[in-house]
Design a protein around this ligand. Structure first.
Ligand code: HEC
Length: 154
C-alpha cells in the first residue's frame, strides 16, 4: 500500500509547462530536483551509496528507513543535525532542498502524511548545532522509539 503510493509518486508525469518556463518540481520542498541529485552525488553518495544503501562498516542505510525518523519525537531535528547533513558544503536553501529530496527519493513510503518540508530558516538553525559525540546514542534512542511505534501499530 505505502510502497504502491511511493511508486505512484515516482511515476507521476512531469506536468506540461508553457514554453520557456521552468517545470514545477513534483517533490515537496524541492525546487530543483536535478540540483538536489547532483548535490547528493557530490556530497553524500560517497558514504551513503547511490541507492542510499549505506555500507556495512560505517554508514547505516537510509533507503526505506530515513523518513521514519520523522515519526518519532526529536527525529526531525536529528536529521538536520547529523554531521553529514549539518556540515555539508552547501547553502541553507540547498541543504533544505537536499534533505527533502533525500526523504522522498529514498523513503517516500515513510514520509508521514502532512509532513511539512524542511525550510531554509529551519535548516539554518539546526545546522548551527551539529551533533558530535552524542550522535550514535541519540540515533539509537530514536531507532528504539521507532520500534516501539511499530510494535504498538503507530
Ligand atoms: C563521511 C560520511 C558521510 C557523509 C559524507 C554524509 N553522511 Fe549522512 N550519515 C553518515 C553516518 C555515519 C550516519 C549515521 C549517524 C552518524 O553517525 O553520523 C549518517 C546519517 C545521516 C542521516 C540520518 C539518518 C540515519 O539513519 O542516521 C541523514 C538524513 C543523512 N546522513 C544524510 C546525509 C546527506 C543528505 C549527506 C550529504 C549532504 C550526508 N548524509 C553525508 C555518514 C555520512
Amino acid at each position: 500500500m505505502r510502497l504502491g503510493l511511493a511508486l505512484a509518486l515516482l511515476m507521476l508525469p512531469v506536468p506540461a509547462v508553457a514554453a520557456g518556463s521552468q517545470p514545477a518540481s513534483m517533490i515537496p520542498g524541492v525546487e530543483r530536483p536535478e540540483r538536489a541529485r547532483q548535490n547528493y552525488i557530490l556530497k553524500c553518495q560517497g558514504c551513503h551509496g547511490p541507492e542510499a544503501q549505506g555500507n556495512r562498516s560505517n554508514t547505516p542505510p537510509m533507503a526505506n528507513m530515513v523518513a521514519r525518523f520523522l515519526a518519532v519525537p526529536g527525529g526531525r531535528e536529528f536529521l538536520g543535525r547529523v554531521p553529514g547533513v549539518a556540515t555539508a558544503a552547501v547553502s541553507d536553501a540547498e541543504l533544505a532542498e537536499l534533505l527533502n529530496w533525500t526523504l522522498y527519493r529514498f523513503d517516500a513510503a515513510h514520509v508521514p502524511p502532512g509532513f511539512k518540508p524542511y525550510g531554509t530558516t529551519e535548516i539554518g538553525k539546526l545546522r548551527k548545532t551539529p551533533l558530535r559525540t552524542e550522535t550514535a546514542a541519540m540515533r539509537q534512542t530514536l531507532v528504539r522509539a521507532m520500534k516501539t511505534n511499530q510494535a504498538t501499530g503507530k
